[in-house]
Design a protein around this ligand. Structure first.
Ligand code: UDP
Length: 428
């Protein structure tokens, strides 16, 4: 295979080797993992630079063919919440620089993830003159808007995000809604922005036998199972789901309704001391649905098809969602899916065709859609089948890697000074 270049993939907090599903580990870990392997399959060598948050692993660990993870010391080698990482970024940047400078095979391009790595990339660009491709994953302005005083992001975040928008050679937006957000809340020259949607691993997230999946999890064949998979943070709107579920239970007290919630800090939810899980448990109790609500705990990605497959309906109703991998995963597993009409979900779900959309924070509207789907097995099947087909067609990681490589090639061919055409969709 033709060697196409050496990529420095910078991802300060999201280590693709780490367990997923905890507070600070989610979609970005999956993105870095899948994209790096996909790029390597196309002929790139990829080094993923991430902050050392554990003293044990060696400096470099092989992730797969052509991909290494480099653990860069910066601050104490232990978990630090991502909102507390900013002060360690100068050390992280120096560590990345030292490692890169010491490699025999020079680097072709920097691909940075999230605003702090974007800052690192801008600094390294000044020193090394390499082109920078950046993906935000989430925008500080939206977070501030949605979370108000609860937003614990460092004050510098918006200023740094503006700098990245000016200095990166290409900005990858994950969906058209992200471009609109950039226009509305950041403005300026956005001619370096292009849309490259994320994807889903369609071999891992596949249609499985519901009866076998249920038997394995100890769920009965007669149960009506509504599921959520994802991180437990307030913006994911798991509370809206619990409220909607309580409405259903109130309307149908005799129905064998079950709510299955996967994710959290630990595999065993009894050991999980997070405030959000306590809040959600308290809510289920106060609404009288605790006995029907199963907090499963965090699970590994390769176990998840069994959980998606066991559910009749999967739900994800965040207040906002920059892209959202779990809605794609649910659809890849052929599940009937209900999502909130925000951000990337409006792009990955075709309302009424591959799933149903409801306004965010609206448990009454959600309960109504859940009732509609519970009463209509045909509709559930139709949505699930159409969803799987669309995901296979449009949202594979192979496709994401090809699109991303297209952006790299353009820059590596020496086209950097030529501005990209105004906001292009590199997609179907
Ligand atoms: N995830 C997981 N185990 C869990 C819960 C979630 O592996 O117990 C994964 C999930 O499958 C998805 C990712 O974490 O791939 C969450 O990504 P998403 O884009 O939905 O949300 P984010 O966490 O980035 O906000």
């Amino acid at each position: 295979m033709r060697y196409r270049g050496h990529i420095a993939m910078i991802s300060e907090h999201a280590n693709p080797l780490s367990l997923l599903g905890s507070e600070d580990a989610g979609g970005q870990n999956v993105y870095v993992y899948e994209l790096s392997l996909g790029l390597a399959r196309l002929g790139y060598r990829v080094d993923v630079f991430t902050r050392r948050d554990d003293p044990r692993p060696p400096e470099t660990v092989r992730l797969g063919p052509g991909v290494r993870v480099v653990h860069v010391p910066a601050g104490p080698p232990e978990f630090i919440r991502k909102d507390d990482l900013w002060e360690h970024m100068p050390a992280f940047m120096e560590g990345c620089h030292a490692y890169m400078a010491g490699q025999r095979r020079g680097y072709s391009l920097i691909h940075s993830n999230f605003w702090m790595s974007g800052w690192v990339a801008c600094e390294l660009k000044l020193r090394l003159g390499l082109p920078v491709v950046h993906i935000f994953h989430a925008l500080g302005a939206i977070k501030r808007l949605e979370q108000g005083r609860a937003d614990t992001s460092p004050r510098d975040r918006l200023r740094v995000e503006r700098r990245i928008l000016r200095e990166a050679d290409r900005i990858l937006a994950q969906c058209p809604a992200e471009v609109e957000d950039l226009e509305r809340y950041y403005g300026g020259d956005l001619s370096n922005v292009c849309v490259v949607p994320s994807g889903v691993n369609i071999r891992r997230f596949r249609v499985v036998s519901q009866s076998r999946a249920r038997a394995r999890l100890g769920l009965g064949p007669e149960e009506q199972v509504i599921g959520y998979i994802g991180r437990m943070v307030p913006r994911k709107g798991v509370d809206t789901l619990i409220r909607a579920f309580a409405r259903l239970v109130a309307e149908r007290p005799a129905a064998p309704l079950r709510l299955m919630i996967v994710g959290g800090e630990c595999r065993n939810p009894e050991e999980d001391t997070s405030a959000e899980l306590a809040r959600l448990r308290g809510l289920a109790e106060s609404l009288g649905v605790a006995s029907r609500t199963w907090f499963v705990g965090k699970r590994q990605p390769d176990e998840l098809a069994g959980y998606y497959g066991a559910a009749d309906i999967m739900v994800s109703v965040p207040w906002y969602e920059p892209f959202g991998l779990t809605p794609l995963e649910a659809q890849a597993c052929g599940r009937a899916f209900v999502g909130s009409a925000v951000g990337g979900i409006t792009f990955t779900v075709v309302d009424g065709v591959t799933g149903l959309l409801v306004p965010p924070r609206d448990d009454a509207a959600l309960a109504e859609k859940l009732a509609l789907l519970l009463d209509n097995a045909d509709l559930r099947q139709r949505l699930g089948r159409a969803a799987r087909r669309r995901v296979q067609r449009e949202f594979t990681w192979a496709k994401v890697a090809e699109h991303t490589a297209g952006v790299y090639e353009e820059l590596l061919a020496g086209l950097i000074p030529v501005p990209a055409p105004a906001v292009r969709v590199v997609s179907t």
